[in-house]
Design a protein around this ligand. Sequence first.
Ligand code: SAM
Length: 471
Amino acid sequence: MYNAASAKAEEFICHDEVMASLKYADDNKNNIQLIDSIIEKARLRKGLNHREASVLLACEIPEKIQEIYELAEQIKKDFYGNRIVMFAPLYLSNYCVNSCVYCPYHIKNKNITRKKLTQEEITKEVIALQDMGHKRLAIEAGEDPVNNPIEYILESIDTIYNIKHKNGAIRRVNVNIAATTVENYRRLKEAGIGTYILFQETYHKESYEKLHPMGPKHDYAYHTEAMDRAMEGGIDDVGLGVLFGLELYRYEYCALLMHAEHLEAVYGVGPHTISVPRIKHADDIDPGAFDNSISDEIFYKITALIRIAVPYTGMIISTRESEEVRERIIRLGVSQISGGSRTSVGGYTEEERPHDTEQFDVSDQRTLDEVVNWLMRNGYIPSFCTACYREGRTGDRFMALCKSGQIQNCCHPNALMTLKEYLMDYASEDTRRIGELLIQSELGNIPKENVRKICKENLENIQKGTRDFRF
Ligand code: SAM
C-alpha cells in the first residue's frame, strides 16, 4: 500500500500508486479545466504532487506546454536568478563488481582498462582541476569493496581538501558512490562532503532487477532506501536522479516526485538536487539497445516539469548533453552544470581526452573557460560558490533561505565574488573582459545596500590578491 512516510521502498515508491497516477494522467490529459487549475497551483511556487504533475506531463496541448515552459523559466529566475553553479566530476576508480547493463564499468566488460587512482595521482588530477578554476567536485567511483572500500573514498576526500596549489582550492566535494550503510554515510558526513548523490537509474522494480542482474546493486530496496540511510547518517543534502532511457519516462517522472515527497514527509526536507542524465554511448554500451530513449522535446518537458513540481531543488546537467541541449535546458530549470569534464579515470592529467577508461562519451567537449564565456554571453553568471554548506546552510536551513527570497542577498554576491576569483586567476583575456563588465552591471542587482557595499569592498580585495570571501 502507498505510504509516502513509510521506511519501505515498495511503499513510498508504490508501483500501484504510480500506475494509478499514470491512468489518472491519461484520463485527464485533455481536461483543460483541471490542467489550468494545476498550472495555477504551480504558480504559487509551492510545488505539485506526483499526480498533478503527471497530468501536466501527459498533456500534449501545445499552448499548455508553452505555459508550462514560461512558468518554469519564471520559477527558475525567482529562486535561482541567473546564476549557474559550476562543477566537475572526478573519476577515482572504475573497478566495479556490479553488472549494470547500461554501464561500461560492468564486471564482465573485459575491454575496458581498470584503473584506480593513487593518492599521488589524485593530487595531480586535482591540481589540473584547480588550474582550470574548479572549486567544486563530484567524485565518482564504481562499487568494489576490495578495490574501492569506504576508507579509500575517505582518504581521497581528505587528500582533495588538503591540496592548496597557487590560489586553487577544492571547497566542496560531492560524492556519487554506490548505496552504503548508515555508518559509512556518517563517516562521509564527518569527512565534510557536500551532497551525497545517487541515481536511482530506474524506479521500476522489475526493470531495475533486470538491468542490474548481479552484484550488490541488484537489491532494489537497498538502493532505493539509500537516501534514508544517508539522512540517518547525518547527510541532509541528497541528490536524486533517474537515468532516462531505461524505462518509460512517465513512470520515472512520477516515481521521482514520489521519492522527493517521501524525503519531505519523513525528514522535512526534499532533495537538494535532481539530476537528469540520459544514456550515452560508451565502450560496450549501445544506447540504441534501450527502447525508452527520449527525444530532446520530451527531455525539455521533463526538466520544466521538475522545476515547477519541486521549485526549490537544484537541478544538474552534465556534459552528457550537447551545447545546444544545455542552452535550452538551463533556461527551463537547470541551476548547476559541469564544464571541461573528463569522464575517465585520470583524464585530467592527460593531454588528449582518453577514451579507454571513460564512463560515457562527452557531448559538450568545450573547456571550462569556453563554457564560462558562453554562459556569460547568454546572460548567466557562472558561480563557483560553495558557501552554503561551509556556513552550515544545509538541508532545511538551505531550503529556508531559498524560500525566504534572501538568496539574492547571499548567493548573488557570492557568485560575483567567486566569478571575480575565476577571472583573476584562470580566465582568458576575452572571458575576463566580459566577466568584469558583467560583475559591474550585476552589482546593482544586490537588493540590500550594506551587502552591496561589502561585496564591492571584497571585490576590490580580490583584485589586490585576497581570496575566499563569502556571505
Ligand atoms: N557506481 C555508482 C553507483 O552505483 O551508483 C555511481 C557512479 S556512476 C560512475 C554515475 C552514474 O553514471 C550512474 O549512476 C549512471 O546513472 C550513469 N551512467 C552509467 N552508464 C552510463 C551511460 N552509458 N550513459 C550515461 N550515464 C551513465
